[in-house]
Design a protein around this ligand. Structure first.
Ligand code: CP
Length: 300
């Protein structure tokens, strides 16, 4: 049974296969519109989402699948009465052929997959992983630069709780000559285990304290929102805000990415700049999730 649980499960070859398929779907979506006509996909989101839930729902339906869905599953599913994730999957597997789950628990996707009844796709698990986001992030980088090897990336914002950052670093580390720069408030610094993981793969992590320390011709600036829902207390607001003035200190070839939603970390005056890639990035999520759904059902 194929699941999509963690960035760790992907080899470089598998990533390229998924990216090639996503590219083909993007070029010619009509060719794929009946591939999953016989499938039902359950979309169980226990945490808020705009992009991941709606793009998975769109992806499934554009492939011909039907969906059953519950937004705010923590309140409107029987989780509110104490049902476990495992029991929920045992029940849903009688209705649906695959399930996409977002949950506040870091281990939620693994718990769902442990039942081993239907493919599980991780739509975001606590502060742990968001693998489908990382795939669409890398797909966007490959689309822009034609390759991922040699990419120099600055990660900004919430490096501590930002699951999109954690999944992205795991995937980037599969490639050659990657450079990673980190710029965040100290309270949201990248956990040592990710620095160690990068080091094991010969990637030096360069911790920075100002925009000036980032290379001006860096390929990707990847900003993230402070995940205020994941901690108690007040650590203040984002300090490293990118507006037009800041962006203009970087190269014309630098792209600005963000998994969205943004709060204050990217000013809206940047949105019309050709280097602003975050809405293109979100749109690419549709093709990556279509490709992943085809892959779990071996309908490539
Ligand atoms: N990037 C992302 O996961 O967005 P949503 O929370 O809207 O799904």
């Amino acid at each position: 049974m194929k699941h999509v649980l963690s960035s760790h499960q992907f080899t470089r070859e598998k990533l390229e296969e998924i990216f090639d398929l996503a590219e083909k779907i993007k070029q010619n979506p009509k060719e794929y519109e009946h591939k999953l006509d016989d499938k039902m996909i359950a979309i169980m989101f226990y945490e808020p989402s705009t992009r991941t839930r709606l793009s998975f729902e769109t992806a499934a339906q554009k492939l011909g699948a039907k969906i059953i869905t519950t937004e705010n599953a923590g309140e409107f599913s029987s989780a509110a009465k104490g049902e476990t994730i495992e029991d929920t999957v045992k029940v849903i597997s009688g209705y649906a052929d695959a399930m996409v789950i977002r949950h506040k628990s870091d281990t939620s996707a693994e718990q769902a997959a442990s039942v081993n009844k239907i493919p599980i796709l991780n739509g975001g698990a606590g502060k742990g992983e968001h693998p489908t986001q990382a795939l669409l992030d890398l797909f966007t980088i490959r689309e822009k630069f034609g390759k991922i090897d040699g990419t120099r990336v600055a990660i900004l914002g919430d490096l501590l709780y930002g699951r999109t950052i954690h999944s992205l670093l795991k995937l980037l580390s599969l490639y050659e000559n990657i450079e990673v720069y980190g710029l965040s408030k100290e309270a949201f610094a990248l956990p040592q285990k990710y620095i160690d993981m990068l080091k094991e793969r010969n990637i030096e992590y360069k911790k920075c304290t100002s925009f000036e320390e980032l290379p001006k011709d860096i390929n990707v600036i990847y900003h993230t929102r402070i995940q205020a829902e994941r901690f108690e207390g007040d650590f203040g607001k984002e300090e490293f805000i990118i507006d037009k003035k800041v962006l203009d200190t970087f190269s014309d070839n630098t792209i600005l990415m963000h998994p969205l939603p943004r709060v204050i970390e990217i000013a809206v005056d940047v949105d019309d700049d050709p280097r602003a890639y975050y809405f293109k990035q979100a749109h690419n999520g549709l093709y990556i999730r279509m490709a992943l759904l085809l892959d779990v059902f071996d309908r490539v």
